[in-house]
Design a protein around this ligand. Structure first.
Ligand SMILES: C[S@@+](CC[C@H](N)C(=O)[O-])C[C@H]1O[C@@H](n2cnc3c(N)ncnc32)[C@H](O)[C@@H]1O
Length: 272
């Protein structure tokens, strides 16, 4: 989708009310948009620049913008947990995703990370995504097609990555599934030397199992574990302070590099 120019039919836009609450909708001809009891005619927005303010039939004003990734992801239709924008920002850097990269990810869920990866690898890159559940795969297909657009560089495999990971010479592998430690050897075989494995895990017991497995495997170095705590601030008049609420814990990020050879099952010292 073209992220520039006037708003077009089929595009996703975010409507922001007076309190900056977000409503993600699509501009479709003949399908009025309902927000907070009022109606908005999508044809009135087509051809306008983003950043305009429109009034609903209830005379309520809404600012209209194309969603950034940070606005899109929390508003994605979903039945499974998505990775939060604060973590996706870190993941893109710590997995070192680059334009043209060959990337494998599992699982896909609603496809929040998928959309960020498709953007980051670009049309010259390749993203192969594994999702074990057909219903989640369909949700991801719908979200990618609605909120990213055509993606010829994306392959979605509805399979258990533990049984079917058969790619080779992969630059980066990203795992958002419960027991990644069972995949150490498969990941080692699929990654090219120097490639990056990145895993996203909600609990420290899972982190410990993964880090131990990577060390015991002997084919991974630079194993690092981190999390991000992000606090927004309220700045209005003399009230300049952190916001009262924050999303504290989401998940831990574990990153590692694939070495050229395994070190005979012995533990690799990585500075920890
Ligand atoms: C938390 S969701 C992923 C969210 C996604 N990364 C995002 O950012 O929107 C975890 C997904 O992993 C899938 N999954 C779990 N085990 C899997 C496996 N062995 N192979 C492929 N997918 C798997 C689940 O079905 C689920 O959809």
């Amino acid at each position: 989708m073209n992220p520039r120019g006037p708003l077009c039919e089929g595009e996703a836009v975010v409507f922001l009310d007076r309190k900056d609450r977000e409503y993600l909708r699509r501009l479709e001809r003949g399908r009025n948009i309902s927000i907070r009891g009022g109606k908005i005619v999508p044809e009135e927005l087509m051809g306008q620049e983003e950043g305009v303010t429109i009034r609903s039939s209830m005379n309520e004003p809404f600012l209209v913008l194309r969603p950034t990734l940070a606005q899109l992801i929390p508003n994605l239709p979903r039945q499974a947990q998505v990775i939060y924008p604060k973590d996706i920002g870190m993941i893109l850097v710590w997995a070192d995703i680059f334009p043209g990269a060959k990337v494998v990810e599992a699982g896909v869920g609603p496809g929040a990370l998928t959309i960020a990866l498709l953007r980051a690898v670009g049309a010259e890159g390749r993203l192969i995504s594994y999702e074990i559940r057909e219903d989640f795969a369909q949700m991801a297909r719908d979200n990618v097609s609605r909120y990213y657009g055509p993606a010829a560089h994306w392959t979605l495999r509805v399979e258990d990555i533990a049984l079917h990971l058969d790619e080779s010479d992969v630059d980066r592998i990203l795992l958002d599934l419960p027991e990644p430690w069972h995949l150490a050897e498969k990941v080692y075989q699929a990654l090219r030397p120097g490639g990056v494995l990145l895993s996203y895990l909600p609990t420290m017991l899972q982190v410990k199992s993964l880090v131990d497995a990577l060390r015991d495997h002997g084919g991974f170095a630079c194993i690092e574990t981190m999390e991000s705590l992000m606090r927004f601030w309220h700045i209005k008049g003399l009230s300049v302070r952190p916001q009262h609420r924050m999303v504290a814990h989401t998940g831990f990020i574990i990153a590692a590099r694939r070495t050229a050879k395994r070190r005979g099952g012995s533990r690799i010292e990585d500075g920890g």
